[in-house]
Design a protein around this ligand. Structure first.
Ligand code: MN
Length: 461
């Protein structure tokens, strides 16, 4: 396939040009490529040709309490493809008492129906042997997650985090953290419940930004001691970003990810009658935090945009983590998480339209930086010859509604209901195969492959 007359944007720059796909790879790019015999020619005039998006933070098929997220790998990756994402890195969660390698095997099986390529991170919820970390790296899982929140189910203490950082560092891995001070949050939650404050908005009040910033600072110190790079997932607030900047200033290798919901949605949404549909963790923050995060995206303070895609249906949210037919009893029972795997590129593109980001920034945040950070570069996130032909032809004039019925994620509500965006993929290729065309999925379940990821050079693994 020859994609002609587009505007190519990737790490090599922003220039007019053509791109040739042969089989599953990009064969060449150049100013004026001649079509070969019987080659399919796609007219990309007026379109921006970019590497497929990489969503480095998703939860597909994940069991959560008595419920589970509503997208599986088949539906979630089809929705991702429609929105221009051609790789997801999903979080395996090894719950306490579970063998992480058995959990990894389960996720790899779950991921088989994926329509686009899938990498996996590993989440540890208790102390782990270094041999387990090494075995994960061996299977191409080179990033690990520790939760500093949710003491009942997921949180590990600082000693475990330090051990995981050290082990990961030795084997060329990277550690990601959910940075919120879970013990302090638990105290605030207990107090709220004791005072009869049980409503949705308490979710926001009991998770203040200061406790996110504190956890970022603490994790940065642990990473500094271990000498292992740290990646903070779903950074949501200005004080937490300030903590990232301060750590980096003194030489800590710390990277931060944010998500579109933290750039666009505010906590007042939790006060609506359907407020439970806006519960996510960390909680939505006031607009001044959003401004700081946009600034961070432009100046490098924030390194990537992922989604933390974690959708539930309205009914599942209402039933809550305890699965009550009468509905959740208080805010601590509401499953947290928002749908977003389909809308990430378009929502970050709004920053380009608004003049906050360049097109290059957009590509860097949504594809290139996640590829480089998570051991997929240059196979993914690049338009260079030899890279996988994961290519998006972005139409900056295409209008797209954001109601649940306009989108393809398997949920019946949308955090952006009633809104539209301008800018959406006209054509999406996954390893050379067309998987989406102007809002329609035309790929196939099972096309996606498992992506073993590279460890960092210089490690013993
Ligand atoms: Mn998450």
């Amino acid at each position: 396939m020859l994609i002609r007359g587009g505007r190519l944007v990737d790490t090599a720059g922003d220039r007019p040009g053509d791109l040739r796909v042969e089989g599953e790879r990009i064969a060449e790019t150049g100013p004026l490529l001649e079509p070969h015999d019987r080659e399919e020619v796609v007219d990309a005039s007026g379109l921006i040709v970019v590497p497929g998006g990489i969503d480095a933070h998703t939860h597909l098929q994940l069991p959560v309490g008595k419920t589970k997220v509503s997208d599986d790998f088949r539906t979630g990756t089809a929705a991702a493809a429609i929105g221009g994402t051609t790789t997801v890195i999903d979080y395996v969660t090894a719950y306490r008492g579970e063998d992480p390698l058995a959990a990894l095997a389960t996720w790899r099986r779950w991921a088989e129906p994926a329509a686009i390529d899938v990498g996996l991170h590993m989440t540890f919820t208790e102390a782990v042997a270094e041999a387990t970390v090494a075995a994960c790296v061996e299977q191409g899982v080179t990033s690990f997650k520790c939760y500093m929140a949710y003491p009942e189910t997921l949180q590990v203490d600082d000693g475990v985090i330090l051990d995981v950082l050290r082990a990961a560092g030795r084997h060329g891995g990277l550690v990601t953290v959910h940075a919120e001070n879970g013990s302090a949050i638990q105290a605030l939650r207990r107090q709220a419940l004791a005072e009869g404050r049980t409503g949705v908005f308490e979710h926001s009040l009991t998770r203040p930004a200061a406790l996110e910033a504190e956890a970022v600072s603490r994790a940065a110190v642990l990473a500094e001691l271990a000498g292992t790079p740290l990646y903070v997932v779903h950074l949501s607030s200005a004080p937490a970003l300030a903590a990232v900047r301060a750590a980096r200033q003194r030489g800590v290798e710390i990277l931060a990810e944010t998500c579109p919901q933290y750039l666009r949605l505010g906590p007042e949404l939790l006060q609506r009658s359907d407020g439970e549909n806006f519960v996510c963790t960390p909680p939505l923050r006031d607009p001044w935090h959003q401004e700081e995060l946009w600034q961070g995206l432009a100046d490098g303070g924030v390194h990537t945009v992922a989604t933390d895609h974690c959708p539930f249906t309205v009914a599942d949210r209402r039933a809550g983590l305890a699965g009550r037919s009468s509905g959740w009893a208080d805010f601590t029972e509401i499953p947290g998480g928002l749908p977003g795997i389909e809308t990430r590129l378009a929502l970050v593109w709004e920053g380009v339209t608004a003049g906050r980001l360049s097109v290059r920034d957009w590509v860097r945040l949504c594809a290139e930086a996640p590829a480089k950070t998570f051991g997929l570069w240059p196979r993914k996130g690049s338009l260079a010859p030899g890279s996988d032909a994961d290519v998006v032809l972005w139409d900056p004039s295409l209008r797209q509604g954001l109601d649940a019925e306009d989108l393809h994620m398997r949920t019946d509500h949308s955090p952006y209901a009633g809104q539209t965006v301008t800018g959406w993929p006209a054509l999406v290729l996954s390893r050379g195969r067309v998987v989406a065309r102007a809002g329609r999925f035309v790929g196939e379940a099972g096309w996606g492959r498992y992506l073993p990821r590279q460890p960092r050079a210089g490690a013993i693994g």
